[in-house]
Design a binder for this molecule. Structure first.
Ligand code: HEC
Ligand code: HEC
Length: 203
């Protein structure tokens, strides 16, 4: 083991430190136990993101992240019934506020609204579309503070997808709705692999 560790210090010239709020390249000599020891591999990063993108682009996530002004619904991602619209803050317009119908939990029964705490979609200033975008575009958007809600690093996106109740809802959508193509654990593994390998984006 000491030999292997020494070899790692010699050959793993760079690693990403996760200690500050930015992804910073540090020299191996300053590595601490909190640092990643693998050398960032853009090929691995792109492959991991392409896998994770299948979740982003799947209906449970993409229905709240449309390209247009209406949320979409069902596996066919058709525009929300009753002319529900985004509104400036993503919480609906007039009488048709999301919270009028969507509660903190899924309501049982056919055609009943699903629910999670503070159910809403992204606002008009940053629409965060997961529909009509390629995996590469989505990846670049996630790293752009002007498009991702001011988050500074790829790691912040991982933090969001591991904890946000609206994101977690996708694996517990109620009423027989399908779940994303990867399990939540697999999805987080791919997202972490993407970050640990330098968060490069597919074309
Ligand atoms: C109920 C609607 C809803 C669902 C379902 C939903 N989101 Fe979101 N998402 C939002 C809203 C609203 C925001 C804007 C930030 C906020 O207000 O929480 C957001 C923001 C995000 C962001 C932030 C952008 C960034 O760069 O960090 C990511 C990433 C994200 N969502 C991923 C997902 C994934 C992955 C899923 C499915 C597993 C999902 N979302 C499902 C509503 C939703
Ligand atoms: C008048 C009631 C009502 C309002 C207002 C409303 N919804 Fe819905 N919504 C529903 C119902 C009911 C369903 C379930 C339809 C079904 O499954 O047959 C639904 C389904 C959805 C779905 C689809 C879930 C899926 O993956 O299939 C999303 C996303 C959604 N609503 C988002 C919103 C957002 C965002 C707002 C506010 C901008 C909103 N809704 C406002 C009643 C409403």
């Amino acid at each position: 083991m000491p030999l292997i560790a020494a070899a790692c210090v010699m050959f793993a010239v760079f690693a990403y430190s996760n200690r500050s709020d930015r992804l910073v390249r540090v020299e191996a000599s300053t590595l601490t136990s909190g640092s990643y020891v693998n050398e960032p591999d853009p090929v691995k990063a792109k492959a991991a993101f392409n896998d994770a993108a299948k979740v982003f682009l799947s209906p449970r996530c993409a229905n709240c992240h449309p390209g247009g002004e209406a949320p979409t619904q069902g596996d066919t991602m058709t525009p929300h019934t009753m002319e529900v619209k985004r509104g400036p803050d993503g919480r609906g317009v007039g009488e048709l506020k999301c919270a009028t119908c969507h509660q903190d939990i899924n309501l049982d029964g056919d055609s009943m609204p699903p629910g999670a705490p503070d159910w809403h979609m992204p606002g008009a200033d940053q629409k965060m579309p997961f529909q009509g975008v390629t995996a590469g575009q989505l990846c670049r958007d996630l790293k752009d503070p002007l498009k991702n809600g001011g988050r500074k690093t790829a790691k912040d996106a991982v933090q969001h997808v591991s904890t946000d109740p609206k994101v977690l809802w996708a694996w517990n959508p109620g009423n027989g709705r399908t779940t994303p193509p990867l399990s939540q654990a697999e999805f987080l593994k791919k997202m972490n692999e993407w970050v640990e390998n330098g968060a490069a984006c597919p074309e």
